[in-house]
Ligand binder design. Sequence first.
Ligand SMILES: [Zn+2]
Length: 114
Amino acid sequence: MLIRSGDTVEVITGADRGVRSRVILVDRASGKALVEGVAKVYKHVRRSQKYPQGGRLSKEMPVQLSNVQFFCASCNKPVRLGARFLKDGSKERYCKKCGSSVGQIAPPKKAHSM
Ligand SMILES: [Zn+2]
């Protein structure tokens, strides 16, 4: 699971297909993510201390991670991500299409000099 919160993803299926947005939260246990503006629902809330007005509250529902794809800025399209070790033993995510790095995911470590 290489998608992280803060990533830009494109929805590849369902009602919000084609929408490009930012990941708010990734739930690794359920394999789902909250994506800004995707899978919006209205939650009806009663008047309460927190919501003195009550009414309808718009919020995102989690979407299955298989329904979104990482959006590569240099390819300008949704791509698959890979993970690879660098020469110094650190690990990074990269775009499998153009090979560009999308950030380190682990600090340098020894014993990866293959
Ligand atoms: Zn790319």
